[in-house]
Design a binder for this molecule. Sequence first.
Ligand code: PLP
Length: 422
Amino acid sequence: MSVKRTEVLTGPALWSAQAHFPSVLGRQLVIDRGEGSYVFTSDGRRLFDGTAGLWYANIGHGRAELAEAAYEQMRRLETYHIFGRFLNDRAVELGERLVGLSPIADAKVILNSGGSDAIDVACKLARRHWQLEGRASKTMILSREFAYHGLHAYGTSIAGLEINRVGYGTDSLVPETARVSTDDIEKVESTVHEIGAENIAALVAEPIQGTGGVITPAPGYLEGLQRICRENDILLVADEVITGFGRTGHMFATQRYHLEPDLIVFAKGVTSGYAPLGGVLVSPRLWQPFYRNSPDTPSFRHGTTYAGHATSSAVALRNLDILETDKLLPRVEELEQLLAHELAGLESREGVDATRVAGLLGGVTLAGQISAEAVTDELIEHGFIARPLRGNTVQFSPPFIATDDEIRAMVAALDSVIADHE
Ligand code: PLP
């Protein structure tokens, strides 16, 4: 049998994330500047950032205050690690600030480098909790169909987007995982009973599913998850990597949906993307066993070099100041109304199946014959960045500083691109 040799493509030395190279090489967009809600490409195009990068640029791009915060901190102390008895003052300050904002009362906070890191911490801590409680069989981590929790070992393993989970030789990297229904609470309940609560450590859920297609929670669904977790002694982990720090008009979506999670995972919006940072807010039930005053007290053997990075922490503190001083959370509430109104106007189009908005997160599911990939490519030509997601959905999550006119123009551009395809 002869082996057909296929041409091997080349391109930049930098390996792009999640790229299908035959589709993207030769048409990659190099961004070299950002200002407010706009980014600029190296070939001179100005694009409205309708997705705030990957849902992070909440206060907009190119803010001098954040550059100054990083500069001042680096001149004084770039960072110092927080292992054992060492701390740095900026990370300590950020810890106090985050715990002050936390919907979990009397929380502690674990800091690290991003959302995937934080998911690994949350899953490890949940499992460690049950080992310490003497309930060693509680190891399984449940997640929702279509979930995205980053791509480190746990995030890969609990991915509800199968494409991110398969291909590593086993069904998932960490074996003890299972998916539950994303919208049907009775099905969630029966899955929990099939697996047996005595085998389940935690359920991890995005309050609003982002990468899965901007899936807003079905009525009663999140309340149902909360109840099932409570009744079955399953820890609830809210993945607020997208929704944390104002994206829903509340500091955390946990507050919007009246959830009482045991752990809250955050990243992105904590620095608006100006420095890598993520973390986990931890409830007393989970942190207290590690703080007991006894020689037998265990330590949580987790930590990374850049956990509590001083410069990232300084940037986060300044970013949190800006959310407050610029009154961006009430602004998100206003923009939510506007985005919902504008997107609802598209629903009469043949090319549109459904629209969904929660906070400043919008999804437009296109009818089968029109591809979200093609539509978002064409939107670039109109000067707008949007993103194609699972389920033929176009995602919008603009910066909180977007103007009313920019939101209207973004939706009008989508309207006209869809019209061209009908
Ligand atoms: N969790 C959710 C809900 C996310 O959307 C993401 C990233 O998009 C992550 C976790 C992973 O975060 P990171 O890419 O910072 O590792």
